[in-house]
Design a binder for this molecule. Structure first.
Ligand SMILES: Cc1cc2nc3c(=O)[nH]c(=O)nc-3n(C[C@H](O)[C@H](O)[C@H](O)COP(=O)(O)OP(=O)(O)OC[C@H]3O[C@@H](n4cnc5c(N)ncnc54)[C@H](O)[C@@H]3O)c2cc1C
Length: 432
């Protein structure tokens, strides 16, 4: 039996491996190029901040072409990895269970979480590898009653050199990404086509039988018994819309805003990002040198890498974004989002000030990169893991299925959802 899996990120990798283990001949169709981390030195870029070369978020592509960039509104830029391994290749390596909204729909992913966690090395970065200021902020936050916790990371720490550039790929191979999930199956049940963009799903009546793909200027039809969309919250919705199938206007992105301050000689970039975090109801706070704001956001221009300090707010935003068939996205921030951000900014600033960090405190760029919610599961779909409006043999296995925003790292959740879906596909196809 043949399966197409669209996308090789967190969801696609797990779906492909699980299906291959159950006897499917799997083809992964990946729009991006093979991934390679940024290896050239980027310190020279600092002198170009504020010039045309680094004029807005799209300029990141001059530095690192694996980033996909979308402007969703005046308020919000969206970043994602369009490359083999998807967003996992540009992650900070944080690995936690993000479960907001699962109880409401009666979905318990404990077994899948446990199973995936067992295959990975998940461990916090030891405190002695944090920069002194990061240690100090942790202690202050603790004294102030915020209950900070070291962040679980999925990485081989013996290889981590603490360069701080996780989001530009890992040059030592210390950090996990989803390519390792299926690597051992390539040529043994899984074949991978990169630079291959799925334009739409091929449908016959209410059944999917393949995908129309483009590769450079040529197009091709690829048929299969099962089509699994794991193209992420935007990619999956785009393919559905282009196939005349609906996606829900429920996109969430986990809005990120980093409050920037100044501490002379703190060298915050020289440590793994987000070494610890504070969990509040709908956001986290975490020490973070926001590279995107450092390079691309004018208000951050006047402070050097040596002295810039950041505290990230990652907010579970209101689920109300839309994705069109051409991939364009419309999403702003709601009044409730702004109120939560304002509250979080005050807390971030309090912790920074208590740790001796001085102003001016400046907001970083508002952006998001945890993309989900466009094919949200409902209570009625949980048994089958097949949203009722999808045609037969068309499945979704990525973060699109997650109805609610998280304000937390999401790779593990995308993987766990996908594992459950792939098992249901195997059961379903076995029955038929
Ligand atoms: C900068 C950044 C840092 C992050 N850091 C963390 C972190 O530290 N920890 C964490 O848990 N999460 C992190 N995340 C979020 C996490 O990586 C994602 O939520 C997760 O990978 C989502 O998995 P997915 O399978 O839904 O989508 P993705 O991983 O995005 O995979 C989608 C794949 O589909 C491909 N694709 C899209 N459209 C098409 C098409 N038409 N045809 C073929 N292929 C297509 C894409 O190229 C991509 O490879 C981060 C995200 C970003 C952007």
């Amino acid at each position: 039996m043949k399966a197409i899996v669209v996308g090789s990120g967190a969801g696609g990798a797990v779906a492909a491996r699980e299906l291959a283990q159950n006897g499917f001949k799997v083809t992964i169709l990946e729009a991006g190029h093979p991934f390679s981390p940024l290896t050239h030195r980027v310190s020279w870029l600092s002198s170009l901040r504020g010039t045309w070369f680094l004029k807005d978020e799209n300029s990141i592509k001059h530095v690192f072409p694996h980033y996909g960039v979308t402007r969703a509104s005046q308020d919000l830029a969206i970043f994602r990895g369009v490359t083999e391994g998807g967003c996992t290749t540009i992650s900070c390596g944080n690995m936690v269970r993000a479960e907001n909204g699962l109880k409401e729909i009666g979905l318990d992913l404990s077994e899948e979480y446990e199973e995936i966690e067992k295959t990975l090395t998940i461990t916090p970065i030891p405190r002695d590898r944090w920069r002194p200021l990061t240690q100090q902020m942790y202690d202050k936050a603790e004294q102030m009653g915020y209950a900070p916790k070291p962040t679980p990371k999925v990485a081989d720490l013996s290889k981590c050199i603490g360069c701080g550039y996780c989001e530009l790929g890992c040059i030592t191979g210390a950090k996990w990404d989803s390519r390792s999930v299926y690597k051992g199956y390539l040529g043994k049940g899984i074949s991978l086509l990169t630079d291959t963009t799925v334009q739409k799903v091929l449908l016959e009546g209410n059944r999917a039988y393949g995908a129309l793909v483009s590769h450079g200027s040529s197009t091709e039809k690829i048929s299969a018994d099962v089509v699994v969309l794991s193209a992420g919250g935007i990619g999956t919705a785009q393919i559905l819309q282009a196939s005349n199938l609906p996606a829900r206007d429920n996109l969430w992105v986990d809005v990120v805003l980093t409050v920037g301050g100044v501490s002379k000689g703190s060298r915050m970039l020289n440590e793994p990002p987000m070494a610890w975090f504070i969990k509040k109801d709908n956001y986290i706070l975490s020490p973070y040198f926001d590279l995107l704001s450092y390079w691309l956001h004018k208000p951050w221009k006047d402070v050097s890498t040596l002295d810039r300090v950041g505290m990230m707010i990652k907010l579970a935003d209101t689920e109300q974004g839309t994705v069109a068939a051409d991939g364009s996205v419309k999403k702003g921030l709601t009044k409730a989002d702004y109120e939560s951000l304002d509250k979080a900014k005050i807390e971030a600033k309090r912790i920074m000030e208590a740790s001796g960090i001085t102003g001016p405190f400046v907001d970083g760029m508002v952006h998001g990169g945890h993309l989900g919610g466009t094919v949200p599961l409902t209570r009625n779909d949980v048994e089958t893991m097949h949203p009722s409006w999808l045609p037969q043999d068309l499945w979704v296995a990525d973060l699109s299925l997650m109805p609610r925003s998280q304000g937390l790292p999401t790779m593990l959740t995308a993987s766990a959802l996908s594992l459950r879906v792939a098992r249901r596909i195997s059961q379903e196809k076995g029955k038929r």
